[in-house]
Design a binder for this molecule. Structure first.
Ligand code: SAH
Ligand code: SF4
Length: 435
């Protein structure tokens, strides 16, 4: 869809209503898409239905005699008034100005526009790019940095992704699995900090059967009411549905790269189409859908990174984790160069500009190659930090890459303060811990 076509957005009162409406409209033959709800319509349901204005009447008729609560709004991308005025007489190329003008007017950027932003080497243009991303972040998601926490509950994996430090082929000194009670204990430690969302991450480990995962999800929901993100890799549609019904709200399954050839080279066990299929299932099951990529993968070009960003927009992805590739000892890629901090920051900035109302973490990987990386990411569009809350005795064994920075509450607070941002009110941290 291009910016010339007028579009509308249907915002529903709950995820259930949104999914029901989506099915009804599709059955009616309307071309609809699921996208993150623009911030001006609140966060009643984080996903909304996008369609062309021409179909408004049919959509209204289709939903009229149902119990679905919804409102319809024009779909306007956010304008950045005054941007071109502020750039007057600056040392900025005409081509860059053309893209800035599109951003000021709230127009969709093309892949070529995105590429131009990613490729710029000019100091002034990079500064401008970061400034624009930061302004959009402030206007769309505000100054509060979301704090979430991850429990890495198993480092067993049946796959051998060439980049990953816990791949099956790695001869690790210690493989571990946490049992349900241990996971619950760790979740409660996170809850005691006031944190509202826990991320459960692991290798692809079939020890955790569908039933086991569902049981963990149900207990977390029942005993803590926390939001739950799963990050356990590829599973069947049926499993994803069961996890959703048992309480999982979000799912993080990164595409890693949208270049099929690179994807298949770095993932000896994975099929690119299957990964796309999983992402589509997660979307249609109403998950808050998480993706992301690595910067600096072998064979990856800047064009590929531009494609990744277009993919996030077109797929309506809500959480986008962008981090540098970091070589992991004992893997086929152990001697490859680390991804660039600057390209990672540029990709974060452009993603904020293109995808707007999304969660953009200041990733652990970035913090692992630059001690100040999280502050820098927060200053160019990021708005989320994920703590590593895996119990100490297991932490060291979950090394996806070398020198992983074990982000704790103190380092998160330092990054938030360093970037002159605000901590969420829900956080309960004592003065000893830094507030
Ligand atoms: N098994 C699950 C979750 C664990 S891996 C899965 O694969 O989805 C989680 C993420 O760690 C991956 O998506 C990947 O982006 C990141 N990761 C793994 N190895 C890495 C490396 N060497 N450098 C940077 N990121 C890495
Ligand atoms: Fe396993 Fe995930 Fe690592 Fe691949 S990236 S080897 S699936 S833990």
């Amino acid at each position: 869809m291009t910016t010339q076509i007028k579009r509308i957005i249907i915002v529903c009162s709950s995820t259930n209503h949104m999914l029901k409406a989506d099915t009804i409209l599709r059955e009616r033959g309307l071309v609809v898409d699921l996208v993150p709800t623009p911030s001006q319509y609140g966060s009643i349901c984080s996903t909304s239905i996008l369609l062309e204005e021409i179909d408004k009447k049919s959509a209204e008729e289709s939903l009229e005699n149902t119990n679905i609560k919804f409102s319809i709004h024009p779909y306007e991308t956010r304008k950045l008034t005054g941007l071109m005025e502020a750039l007057k007489n600056q040392n900025i190329s005409t081509a860059f100005q053309v893209v800035m003008n599109k951003i000021e007017l709230g127009m969709d950027l093309t892949k070529e526009d995105i590429l131009l932003l990613l490729k710029t080497e000019s100091k002034k243009e990079i500064e401008t790019l970061y400034g624009v991303a930061d302004r959009l972040r402030r206007e769309i998601v505000g100054d509060i940095v979301e704090i979430r926490a991850a429990i890495e509950f198993s480092n067993y994996c049946k796959k051998s992704c060439n980049y990953c430090g816990i791949r099956k082929g790695c001869d690790l000194p210690h493989r571990y699995r946490m049992e349900e009670d241990e996971i619950l204990e760790a979740v409660k430690d996170i809850l005691s900090l006031g944190i509202k969302t826990v991320i459960l991450q692991s290798g692809e480990d079939d020890y955790y059967t569908t039933e086991k995962i569902c049981s963990i999800l149900r207990r977390i929901k029942k005993e803590t009411k926390m939001g739950i993100t799963l990050s356990i890799g590829e599973r069947s549609r049926e499993d994803y549905l069961k996890f959703r019904e048992a309480g999982a709200n979000n799912f993080l399954l990164k595409i890693e790269t949208t270049n099929q050839e690179v994807f298949e080279r770095i993932h000896p066990d994975n099929d690119f189409d299957q990964r796309l299929q999983c992402a589509k299932w997660l979307k249609e099951l109403g998950y808050v859908n998480g993706s992301g990529n690595m910067i600096g993968l072998p064979g990856q070009t800047v064009e590929d990174i531009a494609d990744d960003i277009v993919y996030y927009r077109d797929m309506g992805i809500h959480m986008i984790g962008i981090g540098p590739f970091i070589p992991a000892p004992g893997t086929p890629y152990e001697n490859l160069p680390t991804g660039s901090v600057e390209m990672t920051l540029k990709a974060i900035a452009v993603t904020r500009i293109v995808c707007k109302n999304v969660f953009l973490p200041a990733t652990t990987a970035l913090a692992s190659i630059d001690a100040d990386g999280q502050r820098k990411a927060l200053e160019v569009g990021a708005n989320t930090i994920m703590l590593i809350s895996t119990p100490d005795k297991y932490k060291k064994s979950y090394q996806l890459y070398k020198n992983k920075n074990m982000i704790d509450i103190q380092s998160a607070i330092d990054a938030v303060k360093g970037a002159n941002r605000r901590l969420p009110k829900y956080l309960k941290v004592t003065s000893k811990e830094g507030i």
